[in-house]
Design a protein. Structure first.
Length: 236
């Protein structure tokens, strides 16, 4: 392809910004999360490499500096025409032809995910419109998101620093979200283990009170499966 502007615009626009919109997290032990990051960010890095290092060496001048145009037609108009065609087929498939089948089998779709999750702009906006027009509202927001991100891809096409900073920023946000995920999960597990240990201590004390004997603290089942930290909780 002699002028890959449409591909560049999609990769640098909607695909890249989806990582921020859906908080794609780089969590290495979760194959679904890693796959989401790879599918959305991988094409953007390919476009970056192909655009700025076409022959393995850095392009010396930015496009605008060398007299190139902003390329509104190739970076926005053509991709939007492709997107509108996709949106029409998506609407007919999801909300007309296969709507009954999706409902019967409870299939997960992007529309259902965006409108049922308890956070995010799609949910916050669609829940404020009547249910019968939610599909149209969702696609309208999807179209606005696509248009805005395609416009952002224009300076990325012309300026190396802007393009590079965008990818570094999005990648950093994904890593940060993954780190927060690890912290939240491990913190919840730690708190759950402490709560279980407290319950065991309280149950042991209650049994001792009922029988008049000394409480057994931190005692686990015969196989040694007692909750970690139970003894430490009792000492405090």
């Amino acid at each position: 392809m002699d002028d890959p502007r449409a591909t560049f615009a999609f990769n640098t626009g909607p695909l890249t910004w989806t990582i921020l919109a859906f908080r794609n997290s780089l969590v290495f032990h979760d194959i679904d999360k890693v796959t989401s990051v790879y599918l959305h960010l991988g094409p953007a890095f390919v476009s970056w490499s192909y655009h700025w290092y076409p022959e393995g060496e850095r392009v010396h001048m930015d496009s605008c500096a060398s007299g190139g145009s902003w390329g509104l037609f190739g970076l926005v108009t053509v991709p939007m025409c492709i997107y509108v065609g996709w949106a029409i087929m998506y609407y007919l498939k999801i909300f007309v032809f296969s709507a009954k089948k999706i409902q019967q089998h409870d299939y997960q779709t992007l529309f259902k995910y965006c409108t049922t999750q308890k956070r995010g702009p799609f949910h916050e906006i669609t829940k404020r419109v009547p249910k019968r027009v939610q599909p149209q509202a969702y696609l309208a927001m999807h179209l606005a998101f696509c248009l805005c991100t395609l416009l952002i891809s224009m300076p990325c096409w012309h300026f190396y620093a802007v393009h590079t900073l965008l990818l570094v920023g999005v990648m950093t946000a994904s890593i940060w979200a993954g780190a927060n995920y690890y912290f939240e999960v491990f913190a919840k597990r730690y708190h759950a283990s402490i709560a279980e240990a407290v319950k065991q201590v309280e149950a042991s004390q209650q049994r001792a009170s009922d029988t008049g004997g000394a409480p057994t603290v931190g005692a686990g089942p015969p196989d040694g499966g007692g909750a970690p930290g139970a003894g430490a909780v009792d000492e405090k």
